[in-house]
Write a protein that binds this ligand. Structure first.
Ligand code: FER
Length: 261
């Protein structure tokens, strides 16, 4: 169809955010819609991640099968987007996510807009989504790493320890270097008030064997959101390696119900 819905092809392009090119892929639902409009889900990867990870592709497919278009975004220092990994921060990602949301809103075939993200992408979806909740119908948090700011204040990010009051200029993590400004920006972020002010519908999907983000993070967030469903996937990991089908089904069911709401 001319207006964008129900095409099999995936559109790949870049949008500009303050001279940083952000890599996007837009896919469409498999079957045509009567009025030429469909809802759209923004899907954001996590820390060191990218848009082709298997769990993201499974969530994309689940959303498409429910009649949603899906916009996968890669943010600063990740995938094929601009910027160096070591220079990325949560604040840059939040600012970029606002631009991604505005881009999605500008598409004339979009009816309702949903925001989702995995892990650090979930944290950023929670933050940017709260700022722009008036333009969203719902928020989907997939193994959301909502405790990164607390980790940064404690001086322990993914097992990498440092003095939180004397932050080094750079941190060595396996084969990558992360700039100290990542830590400073993360320390600045207060997640709880951001969650408390969010009034739209939320789905949290989390494996109870998540090795990077403890299930308790999801339980705590579920207590704070005002309108939330929590789907715990028993025995599953951070990237849903064991039961990806169950995690994707949870997303599909939620999106299916939201369309009727
Ligand atoms: C951390 C805990 C979890 C962290 C990152 C993660 C950078 C996971 C992020 C992801 O998978 O996106 O302290 O610090």
């Amino acid at each position: 169809m001319e207006n964008g819905c129900s095409r099999e092809e995936i559109r790949e392009f870049y949008i500009d955010h303050d001279k940083i090119p952000l890599h996007m892929k837009l896919s469409y639902p498999p079957s045509p819609l009567e009025n030429g409009k469909c809802p759209l889900l923004i899907l954001q990867h996590g820390f060191t991640g990218h848009m082709e990870e298997p769990h993201l592709l499974a969530f994309e497919e689940a959303a498409r099968r429910q009649g949603y278009a899906v916009l996968r975004s890669e943010l600063y220092g990740h995938g094929m987007s601009g910027g160096a990994f070591k220079d990325h921060t949560i604040l840059k990602w939040v600012s970029e996510m606002m631009t991604v949301i505005d881009y999605a809103r500008s598409l004339d075939f979009v009816s309702d807009l949903y925001l989702s993200g995995h892990s650090q992408g979930g944290l950023v979806a929670a933050l940017a989504g709260s700022m722009k909740q008036d333009v969203l119908k719902g928020l989907l948090l997939l193994s959301p790493a909502l405790m990164i700011p607390e980790d940064a204040r404690r001086g322990n990010l993914l097992g990498m320890t440092f003095d939180p009051e004397n932050i080094p200029d750079s941190l060595q993590m396996d084969d990558r270097v992360l700039g100290g400004n990542y830590v400073r920006a993360a320390q600045f972020v207060q997640v709880e008030p951001v969650i408390r002010r969010f009034r739209k519908k939320v789905l949290i999907v989390h494996g109870d064997a998540d090795e990077s983000v403890p299930i308790q993070v999801a339980l705590d967030a579920a207590d704070l959101y005002s309108d939330v469903e929590l789907e715990v996937i028993p025995g599953d990991t951070h990237c849903f390696d064991n039961h990806l089908d169950q995690a994707a089904d949870a997303v599909g069911r939620f999106l299916g119900r939201m369309k009727e709401a």
